[in-house]
Write a protein that binds this ligand. Structure first.
Ligand code: 4AD
Ligand code: MG
Length: 471
């Protein structure tokens, strides 16, 4: 039986063992290092050159895949506890060393841009192996958290006719011929205009108003043409929704959930995090002092999980920003005044300079938020909340939902949302409506925080961004 390397390295010396993996290096015609992706560690295979065919030895190239049989013995070298002394080796898939030179499998330092261009191979590197193993564990932890807390997982539609966020940044779904602008959308596949979902929230609300606590976790699509390090055109969003709950319950859930996920990573992904932590420290040594992080990745994770998040109103946040040094010195690109949508420079100041910890901002002006958010008694603000993280900015966006039928109808008018389009949403407010709330966590933003990767394209296996849909 083939053993996974993650298991082999924990085993005591034993006679008959088999393993397979991809060759990372072959040194001194004696030491082969193989990795099978099951963990960051590679396994050392030791061979006596004379016991093997010259043709086989010649094919032991970096990138090739092999199968090995031998005995697991205590290692004489310092790098590892055990190694396999090989009796038998088979090449499974060859790798031409000359062609390999053109790829990122060539063992030397490659830029993250170059690694992105070779997305079909980058998962074979230590760096991306670590990132995507952690991504798996985080997905699993999300389902575990909600399952343990009595939430039900709901699959919401990917093709939809509604635009929950009302931002209009959607990808159309059609079977009509390209470029034909005169065609009546009534003749399209669904008999009406449809697009890829920008959020599963509206349907998650329907579920919460029946099952009490529900969540969605699925792909989300936004055609915003923002080529930033924090935006993707296709990303994954986790959206819990809770009935009989208000905005404070929502914030409590968001804070508890994020801390749980960070602690889960600290406990479950120790080896990969240690690697990422050390890598980030080395990378930052190349940067000028002021660009370096004050704290390491592991320190930042522990700080977030051990400290209460700061909770302030939007109005208070504006006051702090107005009185801030950068504002007085006119250092902000976007001027600060009540009513503005906070820009990332403002969020950065609040989180990284002023409070030095995660900040939850509540009660935003109604005019800058979506139609479904619950109107506060002041008539100006809505019960919205954003959770802002150091180095990331907005990681969670959520709100208490407008559960009052008439108020919601008014909001639809104000936002020019035809009531026929969301008649089903409005109807839940007619039959046993209850206060309810929820939020959306950008899964890749979370992944950036727990891996220390600074470009969102490096925490999703195959990123989709403007002008980029390779693989
Ligand atoms: O703040 P947003 O737009 O909220 C909603 O969509 C609500 N319907 C969620 C809800 O209440 N159920 O998006 C939620 C989160 C953001 O805080 C951010 O982390 C992430 O989704 N996000 C993106 N991540 C990557 N690329 C993008 N283009 C993103 N847009 C939003
Ligand atoms: Mg938002």
């Amino acid at each position: 039986m083939r053993n996974r390397i993650v298991d082999v390295i924990k085993m005591n010396p034993t006679k008959d063992i088999e393993a397979s993996g991809w060759i990372r290096s072959f040194r001194a015609n004696k030491f082969i290092s193989i990795n099978d992706g099951s963990c960051i560690s590679s396994l050392q295979i030791v061979i006596e050159q004379d016991n093997f065919d010259k043709t086989l030895i010649d094919e032991l190239n970096t990138g090739a895949s092999i199968w090995v049989k031998g005995s697991l013995i205590e290692s004489l070298g310092g790098g590892q506890k055990t190694e396999i002394s090989a009796n038998e080796i088979r090449i499974i898939g060859k790798a031409d060393p000359e062609e390999l030179q053109k790829t990122i499998l060539q063992p030397k330092k490659h830029s993250l841009e170059k690694l992105r261009e070779q997305g079909h191979l980058r998962m074979r590197t230590n760096l991306f192996g670590a990132v995507f193993r952690i991504r798996h564990h985080m997905s699993f932890a999300i389902h575990k958290y909600f399952n343990d807390k009595g939430f039900f997982y709901i699959n919401t539609p990917i093709i939809t006719g509604t635009d929950a966020e009302g931002a209009g940044e959607t990808f159309r779904v059609t079977t009509l011929p390209l470029g034909d602008k005169n065609i009546d959308l009534k003749n399209d596949f669904f008999g009406k205009p449809t697009h890829l979902t920008v959020s599963g929230q509206l349907e998650a609300e329907l579920a919460a108003l029946a099952l009490g606590k529900a969540y969605t976790f699925g792909p989300t699509f936004r055609a915003e043409n923002s080529n930033t390090t924090r935006h993707l055109a296709e990303f994954w969003m986790v959206e819990p929704e809770i009935a009989f709950a208000d905005i404070n319950d929502d914030i409590d859930l968001g804070e508890d959930f994020l801390k749980y996920l960070i602690n889960y990573a600290l406990e479950t992904c120790k080896e990969d995090l240690k690697f990422l932590n050390e890598r980030a420290i080395k990378e930052e040594e190349q940067l000028p002092k002021e660009k370096r992080n004050e704290h390491s990745l592991l320190e930042r994770m522990k700080m977030v999980s051990n400290n209460e998040f700061e909770r302030i109103t939007y109005t208070k946040a504006i006051e702090i920003l107005e009185r801030s040094k950068p504002n007085k010195k006119k250092k902000f690109k976007y001027p600060v005044e009540w009513g503005i949508d906070l820009q990332s420079e403002h969020e950065k100041f609040l989180v990284e300079k002023h409070f030095k910890k995660p900040v939850v901002i509540v009660d935003y002006p109604a005019s800058i938020k979506a139609f479904y958010m619950r109107q506060n008694d002041d008539g100006k603000t809505v019960a919205a909340m954003d959770i802002l993280f150091p180095g990331i900015g907005e990681i969670i966006g959520g709100s208490q939902r407008e559960e009052r039928h008439e108020v919601l109808q008014e909001k639809c008018k104000e936002f020019n949302i035809p009531q026929e389009a969301i008649w089903w949403y409005l109807e839940t407010r007619k039959f046993g409506t209850v206060p309810h709330a929820g939020f959306g966590l950008g899964f890749e933003r979370l992944m950036m925080f727990v891996t220390g990767m600074t470009n969102i394209r490096d925490v999703i296996p195959f990123p989709r961004t403007p002008n980029n849909a390779e693989f």
